[in-house]
Ligand binder design. Sequence first.
Ligand code: UD1
Length: 421
Amino acid sequence: MQHFEIVGGNRLKGVVPISGAKNASLPIMAASILVDGETILHNVPDLADVRHLQVLLGRLGVKSQRDDSGAMHLRVEDEMNTHAEYELVSKMRASVCVMGPLLAKRKRAQVSMPGGCAIGDRPIDMHIQGLCALGAEFEFVNGDVLLRNKKLTGADIFLGGPFGSSVTATANVLMAATLADGRTIIESAACEPEIVDLANYLNACGARIAGQGTPQLTIEGVSSLTGTEHRIIPDRIEVGTFMIAAALTNGELELQGAQFEHIRAIVDRLRQVGVIVERAEKGLIVSSSRRLEPVQITTQPYPGFPTDLQAQAMALLCLADGNSMITEKVFPDRFLHVGELNRMGAHLRKAGPTVMIEGVKRLVGAPVMASDLRASAALVLAALIAKGTTQVQRVYHIDRGYETIERKLAAVGANIRRVQD
Ligand code: UD1
């Protein structure tokens, strides 16, 4: 196993190139199951989750490879297999995104139930409910969800759950509906930019989707989709993470490729904290040179503050001048980083889905354990400003979602290195 060794205290300054969005790449790669001919995707980040999905797609008969420019080429070569097995699905929840495409294109999808993970129970009832509304028959077989259909038919579907919309359930139902007979309307659809990117990709393949970016999606079914070339949007969570890195270290970072329109809620909260965010020709410039103000943050589905930046925002507010509060409304159990930040000298107290944050003057380096992708990013951020050395163990979590984070941080002045245990 590997860990990061980080010596805190350096001010970050320079240019950070922002990678393509993981959460846009994964469903779009899965959507290639629906498509006849070749899909070429530009800006797919080189991440463990992406490589993992390539393995799963390979088992499902989709050949994928990168060319010299880094573009990913995907093409269906064999449509026989419709089973995403536990061994692969249990390693990455987003594997569930193959369910809608398999069902629509191959009339059968057998996908292992992903199970819980470090951030909560994470059921998939909304995925199943939406696909059944299109006409699929559903049963459980040995811990797998088995969906079958002779014909999918457009339907009016309400996809709101106890915590609002679901991103991957929207993706699954949207993908399946592209090849259904007639019109589908999805109400309470996820509005995330990654869903817009998926819809734009599918439309370029010949789908007829309208309303992307709003809670109502209308899909007129078509008989087939054809391969296309598409560029993945920049990763707004990576953007937010580097914005917080600049703020914590009183630094100045130019985030090349960052798209302002995708991160309004993040900009709003960070400006309240006292961070300066300016648009630049190629992205954003983020800087901070004064004490951080405390704020209140509530995570919500897009366009609200993203749950995927909750942990990183908490690392920032640990050093604010006063008391802050974060309430998690998407994954109410997503707080494994609280104990680890407290080991670094933070004053955090959890009460249900809320964490009270009493700002401290400094954090101190310590050995800490990454528990999930975004919690590990929070620990790396805290380490950048902590006094002394921090070892962040289990960095494989961070490799799932951040492309060469240590190289990007080191290039702008951080003292961070990857160490083999
Ligand atoms: C996606 C993102 C993940 C992000 C999350 C919320 C991908 C690959 N992953 O995950 O990074 O943290 O959105 O922005 O895009 N729920 C149900 N039933 C369901 C599905 C979801 O109750 O069938 C609940 C979840 O437990 C959660 C909430 O709905 O409380 C939102 O989850 P959802 O949007 O589905 O998250 P994912 O799509 O899994």
